[in-house]
Design a protein around this ligand. Structure first.
Ligand code: ZN
Length: 342
């Protein structure tokens, strides 16, 4: 099949690739419709790897996808050809302890689309387990369906924090993941959601699409100082990955508050244990998400999450290489999506 393949750093194109996928009795085959470009896809494109995951062989990019079921395995009951669906991209080892205990996202053997050596979904069809494939209601578009993946990160983080009605939430980092976390916190009933970043451009972009967010530029002063007048900060979500940010979060959070680390620091990050102790901070770490896809789909269908403004640009499949080039350079994209030929 013809797929968008990363050969090596900055070498991306539509190539013929043999994938030899076999559909088992519990699988479905899906015609891919929309694929979002993620920060991680762009990182592989720009650097050829993330941490220990290195692109050694040509790899198909993309993991944020929606599409239409074209055929189903003989044991599949809940899906049928023609169903519009979104796909959860990380398939755990069903015999692992993590899977059995419900924490399948931290299974070290998880096979996640477009994480070497696993191919992604920027291709005409994919074979996928039916239980990691979720039906989209009629009022949820393919574009929104492809946003379920990044939204799942925010919803999972907010769920882990147990954000309370009327609470004050601070999100550090106004990138796509920071923004989806802010939206999830608002949907969970937070009274005030503050988004902090050092880039005014990124803050303006978030504010232009979601005017109810409180935007805080922290380029000129320390976070704690910039937050004077906002009262107790009950929950902090670290979504920038900047190494000093966890310590800033520790200073900003109210005694008895909660911090969730979402961003992946590319260098080691540290914080004051004594400060954390004196405030009895609850500190949570999350890795991707688990068990949240149906919830995200329900939030989209009910209108409690309005994801459409996240889509800043659409490209055709033929423009795939150009899309990556532009997203890699631009600081004015929240989410670019690639539309596959139907
Ligand atoms: Zn993603």
């Amino acid at each position: 099949m013809r797929a968008l393949v990363l050969e090596k750093v900055k070498q991306l194109g539509i190539h013929e690739i043999e994938l030899n996928e076999v559909m088992g009795p519990e699988d479905v085959t899906i015609k891919v419709h929309t694929v979002g470009i993620c920060g991680s896809d762009v990182h592989y494109y720009d650097h050829g790897g993330i941490g220990n995951f290195l692109v050694k062989e040509p790899m198909v990019l993309g993991h944020e996808a929606s599409g239409t079921v074209v055929s189903v395995g003989k044991n599949v009951r809940d899906l049928k050809p023609g169903d519009r669906v979104c796909m959860e991209p990380g398939i755990p080892d069903r015999n692992s302890n993590e899977f059995r205990t419900g924490r399948y996202n931290i299974d070290p053997k998880v096979r996640f689309w477009a994480t070497p050596p696993i191919h992604g979904c920027l291709r005409p069809t994919v074979v996928h387990p039916a239980d990691f494939t979720f039906k989209l209601p009629d009022n949820v578009s393919f574009g929104e369906g492809a946003l379920v993946e990044p939204l799942a990160v925010g919803v999972y983080a907010v769920e882990r924090a147990a954000v309370k009605l009327g609470s004050t939430v601070l999100v550090i980092g106004a990138g796509t993941i920071g923004l989806v976390t802010a939206l999830a916190a608002a949907a969970a009933g937070a009274g005030k959601v503050i988004v902090a970043d050092i880039s005014q451009k990124r803050l303006d972009l978030c504010g232009s699409r979601y005017p109810s967010l409180v935007l805080l530029n922290v380029a000129a002063k320390p976070l704690k100082e910039a937050l004077l007048g906002f009262g107790a900060i009950d929950f902090v979500f670290e979504a920038s990955g900047a190494p000093p940010s966890l310590q800033s979060a520790m200073e900003a959070v109210a005694p008895g508050g909660c911090i969730v680390q979402i961003g992946c620091p590319l260098k080691e990050s540290s914080f004051s244990v004594s400060l954390a102790q004196s405030k009895e901070v609850r500190l949570e770490f999350i890795f991707r998400y688990a068990h949240v896809y149906p919830k995200v789909v329900a939030l989209l269908a009910s209108g409690k999450l309005n994801a459409k403004p996240l889509i800043t640009r659409e490209y055709t499949f033929a423009e795939g290489a150009k899309a990556f080039e532009e997203v890699s350079k631009s600081d004015e994209m929240i989410k670019a999506q690639i539309l596959m030929p139907q």
